[in-house]
Write a protein that binds this ligand. Sequence first.
Ligand code: ZN
Ligand code: ZN
Length: 353
Amino acid sequence: MQRLYFVHRFIKAKGIDAFVITSIKNVRYLAGFTGSSAFALVTPDRRFVFTDFRYQEQISKEVEGWDIVIEKGSRIATIKAFAKKLKIKKIGFEASVSYEFYKGLADLKFKLLPGTDIVEKARAKKESGEISKIRAAVERAEKAFLKIKPYVKTGAKEIEIARRLEEQLKKEGCRSIPFEIIVASGANSAMPHARASQKKIEKGDFVIIDWGGEASGYYSDMTRTLLAAGGSSHEKRKIYSIVDDARKKALAVLRAGVGCKAVDAAARVRIKEAGYGDFFGHGTGHGVGLDIHEAPRLSWTSKDKIAEGAVVTVEPGIYLPGVGGVRIEDMALATSNGCEILTSLNRDLEVVG
Ligand code: ZN
Ligand code: ZN
């Protein structure tokens, strides 16, 4: 089973008897179970997925190739009973577990080995089925945006635009919204993670809209920045074109095998050389899949390489306090000789009424 490759490799390398997977998205990725409570236990030659009685029927429909166990007591008690049955003494676990769970495991007196990003590493490389779902999530998000765009104009409230977009995403078929939609205008647009507020769009405002869609559990993530007509726009046009250029530079470097740091640097150097280096404080992008932010991270601190089949965002920005901010975010699929841009909405500066 390809998706378990890194789990098996970790088990072998560390000489452990089993690896416990508690991240619900990782359980979903490995076993195909979409419920909200489950964990998995993998040994060198067996694999078990555990859930509670509420999901008994769902799990038997969704999961194939795993032994399904309905938990009766606590999670720790279940693991204890299984460890005894399977003679497990050394156990690996995801380093992201809660302290409480860790303490529970420690009390069982196993030899414990934390594993960081074991399943996440497999998830970073998307299979063709996953890519189709992400494409569908992109399409839904783009359709929704085009439908609500006429409402983005002077006098409209940020929160109202966010609400319309959210409703439209649901109409396009998204069962969930991956994150709270950002609609940030004027001074708010200078804050990379501003929330949609009661503020109305004013003449000359930049309006950053950052949103995403969903399809079959997979997400999309994109940003467009529009400019409300009026006021002086010279510096605004200038920073917009620098950000767009930085985006192009990063996409030109993006391909399988290249360092995440190099993709980040391509965008960062462009912004720095234009004199706005201090106003681009976040990483250039991140992986997107079952989670909105997942491996790999495209940042100046990353030591990772882009895998073939990685789906990442490229989202440089410039945020000028008092003036406003620009972010343009696309999604791209890394291939052996470059990348395919998955998002297709217009990126030329659009001036709205
Ligand atoms: Zn985004
Ligand atoms: Zn993003």
